[in-house]
Design a protein around this ligand. Structure first.
Ligand code: PGA
Length: 318
């Protein structure tokens, strides 16, 4: 049996297809992601299933339920594929090529500054391709568990995954209102004053929301949440049009524009958080990833600090 498995466990392509079906939860999703037809995907899975001589999944209605053998095969396949990706990188390094792909997955508030870090880096390494994925905190945690990016950027990295991380920059969360809002005229604003206003909040799963909830819980303040919006830009527009006030990362203002908005000086604000570059402990950084990390920690950090100050923020805000 063992030798049969060794000889027939499937081609790398079949393993890739298997992992894609597992990740997407459907033949259709995997076919689209891999640019294959659905019959091709089904046929390759059937061949793989014949090779291991056990069913890989059961169909319950239209839903794919992986069998125990299927899940074991997926786990092994993911390891094999990751090992091959590492081998690719090692061979590229041996050839002295600084080419390959840098893969980043970042939370929505980090998307404003990461491209500014990438600009000068890509100029120094013109043969490096970049894959850049943006999601909210929960979506980036899900990506981190899969481990297919080089770096993940969070303010609140998860504590239950073994990672390495470097602190990058402060990420103050500031209260904002429309310039003409009555609260903007107040000299001393307390969190209780803030709680009387209609508050516009990010969606569940957002790191910004996580930090606001934690802070308000510690300060024993109940915000008056009237609206939940999944995007920082849309929140800024809602605030501009007088629908309420909000708390957002100062970086959404620095890079995303702040006309019509005013920062409120509120007691016990800003909420002080930091950004972290995070990667899986089990992952060996490629030469490209190492070079990017160097860039981030040297010129990158300084450049971002300078930009922050140019936009009217002071070191007190940090
Ligand atoms: P968010 O994350 O985009 O999910 O709000 C921001 C953060 O983690 O600081």
């Amino acid at each position: 049996m063992k030798s049969r498995l060794h000889a027939h466990v499937g081609t790398l392509r079949q393993l890739e297809i298997l992992v894609a079906v597992f990740e997407h939860g459907s033949i259709k999703g995997a076919a689209e992601a891999l640019h294959l037809t659905q019959p091709t995907v089904s046929m390759q899975l059937k061949k793989l299933s014949d090779a291991i001589n056990m069913p890989i999944y059961d169909l319950v209605g239209k839903k794919i339920l992986f069998t125990e053998a299927g899940i074991e095969t997926v786990t092994a396949a993911a390891e094999v594929l990751q090992r091959f990706a590492q081998l690719d990188m090692t061979l590229a390094n041996l050839r002295g090529l600084k080419s390959g792909t840098l893969k980043l997955s970042v939370v929505t508030t980090a998307k404003y500054f990461i491209p500014h870090l990438l600009g000068p880096f890509c100029e120094s390494y013109p043969d490096v391709d970049v894959q850049f994925h943006v999601g909210n905190r929960q979506q980036i945690i899900d990506k981190l568990r899969k481990g297919d990016s080089d770096f993940y950027v969070f303010s609140h990295p998860p504590e239950d995954i073994e990672t390495q991380q470097i602190e990058f920059l402060s990420n103050p969360l500031v209260a904002i209102a429309h310039e003409g809002h009555p609260i903007a005229r107040k000299k001393r604003i307390t969190l209780q004053d803030l709680a009387k206003e209609s508050f516009i909040m990010r969606e569940a799963g957002s790191g910004t929301r996580f930090a606001i909830e934690e802070h308000m819980h510690t300060q024993k303040v109940d915000l008056n949440i009237r609206m939940t919006i999944e995007s920082n830009e849309a929140i800024k527009h809602a605030v501009m049009s007088g629908l309420g006030i909000s708390i957002l990362s100062a970086h959404t203002l620095v890079y995303g524009g702040q006309s019509g908005l005013t920062k409120l000086k509120v007691q016990y604000l800003p909420i002080k958080t930091n950004w972290y570059f995070v990667w899986l402990k089990s992952k060996r950084l490629s030469v490209i990833a190492e070079a990017f990390l160097d860039h981030v920690q040297s010129e990158g950090r300084e450049m971002m600090r300078a930009e922050f100050k140019r936009s009217g923020f002071t070191s007190k805000d940090l």
